[in-house]
Design a binder for this molecule. Sequence first.
Ligand SMILES: [Zn+2]
Length: 67
Amino acid sequence: MKLDCKAASRLISEGLDRDLDFSQRTALRLHLLICTTCSRVKAQLAFLHRSASRYQGGDEDDLPPHH
Ligand SMILES: [Zn+2]
């Protein structure tokens, strides 16, 4: 499975809200290895996501494990 940047950025933002399946994670990781643009997008989205959940007062460490 090959990702273009559009598909990669969609997976990046989906991955912040839910777990991606194995093939999606693998394809995304491979894309991030070769694409600095999407690596930067991922870092920015992850930062925004963390700030947003802190702003809402959510403490992710207190949530029960998903599995
Ligand atoms: Zn890309």
